[in-house]
Design a protein around this ligand. Structure first.
Ligand code: IMP
Ligand code: MG
Length: 185
């Protein structure tokens, strides 16, 4: 895909058309994921640590957190594999978790798994902190462009090879506020 440097023309919400995944479908699926995750971690004796990948996964994480029936803490990591446009850039880890993870059960929360490079790099860093377990929950899985083998423990939706925005996912920093998920290409 071509490198885009000029900021995109904002698309008005009323012109977005039909969502690829509606807000209603997302809400149902996130509720189910919360239930499933709560069952998997039902017997752990410390609160689950949700490690949220900034910024895209924050909307998903906020809903997922509230669908859990087990105690959970929040931590954040920051990585960017995309520059300001659609083309992949270099991966940066700009923020690491603040609390110790040794002996803790960690659930990494990501918005979308594309090449798999972002979560692979973050998982490598998190494993060094010696968590008791490390699993991955991703709202979206786009397997068409996978470059690094990635095990996703909890998947929301598998999507076709289209760039998507909304529900936290951005294009050049925009559209995170859209309640559903829309295709841009
Ligand atoms: P990966 O490292 O190639 O798996 O890329 C995952 C990261 O790229 C995600 O954290 C997203 O921020 C971003 N990304 C990948 N695909 C999309 C998309 O379709 N829309 C918005 N962001 C995306
Ligand atoms: Mg991201």
């Amino acid at each position: 895909m071509p490198e885009t440097s000029a900021p995109p023309e904002p698309i008005l919400k009323k012109d977005m058309g039909r969502a690829l995944i509606s807000a209603e479908r997302i809400a149902k699926r996130v509720e189910d994921m919360g239930r499933e995750i709560s069952e998997v971690y039902a017997d752990i004796d410390t609160p689950l640590v949700l490690v949220v990948i900034l910024k895209g996964a924050t909307v998903f994480a906020a809903d997922l957190l509230r669908s859990l029936s087990i105690p959970a803490e929040l931590e954040f990591v920051s990585a960017a594999s995309y520059g300001s446009g659609i083309s992949p850039g270099k991966l940066r880890l700009a923020h690491m978790v603040e609390g110790p993870l040794v002996g803790r059960h960690v659930l990494l929360i990501e918005d979308i798994i594309d090449s798999g490079r972002t979560v692979s790099a973050i998982e490598k860093r998190l494993r060094k902190l010696k968590p008791a377990s490390l699993r991955l929950a991703a709202l979206l899985d786009r397997p068409a462009r996978r470059e690094v083998e990635t095990r996703i423990d909890f998947t929301g939706f598998v999507i076709p090879d289209r760039f998507v925005i909304g529900y936290g996912l951005d294009y050049a920093g925009l559209y995170r506020e859209l309640p559903g998920i829309y295709t841009l290409t």
